[in-house]
Structure formats: C-alpha cells, structure tokens
Design a protein around this ligand. Sequence first.
Ligand SMILES: Cc1cc2nc3c(=O)[nH]c(=O)nc-3n(C[C@H](O)[C@H](O)[C@H](O)COP(=O)(O)OP(=O)(O)OC[C@H]3O[C@@H](n4cnc5c(N)ncnc54)[C@H](O)[C@@H]3O)c2cc1C
Length: 369
Amino acid sequence: MTDVLIVGGGVIGLLLAKDLVQRSVTVKLVEQGEIGAEASWAGGGIVSPLYPWTYSDPITALASWAQNAYPELAQELKGATGVDPEFNPCGLLMLDPPEKDRIVDWADSNQKQFGVLNRSTTLQKEPALEKKFSEAVWWPQIGNIRNPRLLQSLVVYLQGQRLCSLEPHSRVTGIQRLDSGRVQVSTPSKTLSADKVVVCAGAWAGDLLAGMGIDVAIQPVKGQMMVFEPRPGLINSIILHEGRYLIPRLDGRIVVGSTLEHTGYDKTTTNEARDSLLEKACELVPALRSVPVEAHWAGLRPGAPHGIPYIGSLPGWDNVFVNAGHFRNGLVLAPASVRLMTNILLGEEPIVDPSPYHPLSPRPSGEMF
Ligand SMILES: Cc1cc2nc3c(=O)[nH]c(=O)nc-3n(C[C@H](O)[C@H](O)[C@H](O)COP(=O)(O)OP(=O)(O)OC[C@H]3O[C@@H](n4cnc5c(N)ncnc54)[C@H](O)[C@@H]3O)c2cc1C
C-alpha cells in the first residue's frame, strides 16, 4: 500500500491529505511551523478569482470545478468535525469593473451567471454603499469561505484519521532519492521516508525545490488584510472596486483586502497599508468609519507566473511531486488542485487536462499581474 509524505500544512497540503486518506492512502504531513497558519489562514476566502475573465483557461478550469465542489465540501467537514467552515453563498458585486466588454463572452463560454445593475438597483441590494460608481456587475454564484475555520475543520478531520499523522514544527531541509525507490525527507531532527513525496510548501516551495536543482518560478507576494468587528447586515455581498474588496462573513464581520507587495518573506504589517485599506473600506461603505477594526495581518501568497500553479511530477524525480504556486487563488482552486494531484498520484482519470500545470509546461511570459 502506497504511503505519501506531504510537505506543508496549508490548505493545499491539508486537503490533499484528506483526499488521500479517503482513498485508503497512508499520509504523513510535515509542517515547518503551526499547521494552517500561513497564506491559507491569512487569505480572504473569496471562492473566485477577483476579475475571473482576466485569467487564463487553466485557472478557470480548476476554479469552476472547485466552485461546484465547495458547498458540499463545507457541509461534509461540518458534519464530520462539528467545525463549520461557513461557506457563505453571498454573491459578488463588482463596481465599475475594468474591461467590461470581455465579460459577456467569458461568462457565456464558461456558463457563469451575471447581471449588469444600474446604480439604483445596486443600492437597493446594498443600501450602505457610497454612491460613487455608475454601475455594477453582479455574480450571484460567487461566495466566500471562512478560511481559518476551513483549516481548523481539516485539522480536526485529519486528527481523527488512523491513516494520517500531522507533524508540526518540523522543517524539511532536503529531499533525497533512496536506492529502494522510496524518497527520503530530512528535517533538523530526523529523516523520514515514503513511497511518494508531494511538496505543498506555498511561497517557500521555490526555495525548497531550488535545493533539489529544480527551478520553479514561485516567489512570496505579501498581502495585508483587516477585519472589522461584526455588524450583521451592513453589507450582504462581496463588494469589489479597483482591486480592493469587502467580504461579509456569516457572523457580520467584514474582511477588507488586500495589498500586493514584493518584500520577500517579510510579513510585517504597515501603517501605510492599514490607512489605505481603511480609506477604501470607508469610501465604499461610510458607516464603517464608526466600526472598530478588530485585527490587521499579512500573509505570503505563493506567486507563480500568471497564477498558474505547478501540479505534477518533478523532472528527474520519479516519486517527488509539487502542488504549489496558486498565488491569489489558492483557496478557490484548492479542491480541484488537490483532486488533480490525487488523480496523478494514483493514476486515476484526471478531472481536467493536467498538462498546463506540469512543472515543465511553458508559462506565459511577462508580469505576474
Ligand atoms: C492577503 C491574502 C488574501 C488572499 N485572498 C484569497 C482569496 O480571497 N481567495 C483565494 O482563493 N485565495 C486567496 N489568497 C491566496 C491563498 O491564500 C493562497 O494561494 C493559498 O493559501 C496557498 O495555499 P498553500 O497551502 O499553497 O500555502 P500556505 O498556506 O502558505 O501553506 C504552505 C505551508 O508550507 C509550509 N512549509 C513551507 N516550507 C516548508 C518546509 N521546508 N518544511 C515544512 N513545511 C514547509 C509553510 O509553513 C506553510 O504552512 C490570499 C492570500 C493572501 C496572502
């Protein structure tokens, strides 16, 4: 019976562990810090790319599969663990979106529902909005997931699985081939081995793989976020304007994001970002001026060119795989990304064509975004 070692305990590693134990595979997950405490915890949990028509087909293929899977996944985890990941099918309202002329074609060819709302219809839907926009595009099928709870429910789920062991505070420093065909993984305190190893190390994956002579273009991209204390009913949908967004949680908290900063592995928060997020939030919804900010934090997105994750076997390493580089969309893509990884690991029929995600597949050149 195959055993798999997963490096990294974010949403990708944890969901992959769940998928594998459900197929009777023995899994050990090794995490350098606390489990579920990095990008997957820090993110906003919007279950969609921000302006989805601006992304390439490989992103749309994974996102569409995962969007269909999320409501059931949340129900399954709630039922199995008692921890509700709080999937909120709230819809998303884009105020004056860019490149609006591309939306119709994209939505038609990907079977997505949308509507164009004038200002007064938009204000009927969201009365607390400031009136500085001319129209909005409404996406009723987009929701959000409360990602810290999703991670918590996955941990509780996996802790209850006989086939799974979770090992926090254990940093993988090297990966080597063994003559037996198995793979050895080194940490500062011990060595472990497995039939197959999957690197789900998020923003750190590029450095870990570079140590194995593999070049994948993954780099950390800092994002800062804030959350307001609960004000149930103040907004009902996700509101997006000029790249900044407000996300309503089911308990009335409102999450605001986010910045995009290329500052290496630095995760410090700054007053500048706090002021900028606060200003945008209050410009959109002036009533937020009187709502206290509960928390402000930063996380490191695993930035890959054009946000296309690397999913597949590593060149020259038969039994070592990667599933990393989901950039701004790791939460929405996760269920599909790990199912594809499972398909590849177990030789199953893939849910989507795996070729665009293979580490050797050429990535589009140019800016990441
Ligand atoms: C501010 C912000 C907002 C975001 N908003 C959204 C959103 O609304 N929707 C969306 O879909 N996505 C969003 N994202 C992106 C999403 O959070 C990420 O793409 C996703 O969480 C990546 O998951 P991951 O498991 O690959 O990475 P991570 O959650 O970072 O997990 C990787 C783990 O690997 C561990 N690790 C690394 N190296 C080693 C090693 N050598 N040994 C052992 N362990 C190691 C790390 O400690 C970490 O815990 C956002 C991200 C940020 C930062």
